[in-house]
Design a protein around this ligand. Structure first.
Ligand SMILES: *Cc1c(COP(=O)(O)O)cnc(C)c1O
Length: 351
């Protein structure tokens, strides 16, 4: 049998997204979506007029959304890059800054997509081991002379570096691009966006998927020095200038107008997180100090995989990673108060 695929891609192992079951109602605590809907303003994106306007292409410059994001962060529109989910921003940044033989470095335990992007482009990877307690040691990333990618807070550990620690990494790599993936930053960590004004080698990536309840809309963005954004735009315009659809752009603009709804939702999720953390500790779980909308927890009887399966049978989906070091843990998205109550009751029964 002949293989038509580019031989370089023949062995590519794609990213495995968390399950999105279409057949049965689960309590979904497996993909870090928000349990709360987008703000009511977003519904206005789906008017008859907007739907009719789908005959037109979307704004390839995402002008209004860029302006709003620029205002929010006190940067210029030339510092903002808007993408179809933040995965697209990361994918383009890997292509831009690591594909040329420089190589890329990221923690050995982190977001699974980084390895996939590196494989996709044939980029050499240096995996920097986390410490025993899953923490990142900033010094491990000093002067690596290659592109650096760090999720802050990290996934699936939930641990965050301080702004000073992030700055030390950026400052000690002035000859390389440092990408900080802040998918979970709104749940209690410090954002590095303001550092982009001081460091021309820093890209901060954020998303509407988690804290802004819009995973299904696919909207992400990056903030960086204008020269870096220009590079990313050149690539984007060489792939798909209309990467974000009209409805999503509109929904993003409307979502940003309701800061209070956003703040309240983040607070509520953080409160639920602490309540669940206390209860899980009482049940004998070992936890990390999560600054995200998920809890990374090791069950008392060391039976993470079994517990994952049992929970699934009971209609509750969490995430289990079959990898060394993390296979003893479950990653549990912080859902609504009711969902978490149900989760805790079920766990109690199973234990
Ligand atoms: C969820 C997630 C993303 C990407 O999400 P998008 O839906 O593509 O915006 C990126 N990085 C990390 C660490 C994530 O957990």
């Amino acid at each position: 049998m002949s293989c038509f695929l580019n031989p370089q891609l023949c062995r590519l192992v794609p990213y495995t997204p968390g399950e999105q079951p279409q057949d049965r109602q689960f309590i979904k605590l497996n993909t870090n979506e928000s349990p709360y809907p987008p703000p009511p303003e977003v519904m206005q994106a789906f008017t008859q007029t907007e739907m009719e306007s789908l005959r037109l292409y979307s704004d390839p410059q995402a002008t209004r959304l860029k302006q709003q994001l620029a205002n929010q962060y006190g940067v210029k529109t030339e510092n903002v890059f808007v993408t179809n989910g933040s995965d697209e921003a990361l994918c383009i940044a890997f292509m831009a800054y690591a594909k040329d033989g420089r190589g890329v470095a990221f923690p050995d335990i982190s977001y699974g997509f980084y390895t996939v992007f590196a494989d996709l482009y044939n980029i050499e990877v240096q995996k920097v081991p986390l410490k025993e307690d899953f923490s990142i040691q900033p010094q491990d990333y000093f002067d690596l002379h290659k592109t650096i990618v760090i999720a802050n807070p990290n996934a699936p550990t939930g641990l965050a570096l301080s702004l000073a620690e992030i700055e030390s990494i950026v400052a000690h790599n002035s000859d390389a691009v440092v990408i900080i993936d802040e998918a979970y930053v709104d749940f209690g960590a410090e954002s590095a966006v303001q550092l982009t004004k001081k460091y021309p080698n820093l890209i901060v990536v954020q998303t509407f998927s988690k804290s802004r309840s819009m995973a299904g809309a696919r909207l992400g963005y990056a903030i960086a020095d204008a020269a870096l954004i220009q590079d990313l735009e050149t690539i984007r315009f060489s792939i798909n200038p209309y990467n974000v659809n009209r409805i999503t752009l509109k929904a993003g603009e409307l979502a940003l107008q309701n800061q209070k709804y956003f703040d309240d939702n983040c607070k509520r999720i953080m409160q639920t997180r602490s309540i669940v953390q206390v209860r899980l500790k009482e049940l004998g779980f070992t936890l990390t100090d999560s600054k995200t909308n998920f809890i990374f927890a090791k069950p008392p009887k060391n039976n993470a995989k079994q517990l994952y399966t049992q929970l699934k049978e009971q209609g509750i989906l969490v995430r289990h990673f079959d990898q060394p070091r993390v296979c003893d843990y479950l990653r549990i998205t912080v859902g609504s108060e009711q969902e978490m109550e149900c989760f805790l009751k079920t766990v109690e029964d199973l234990l």
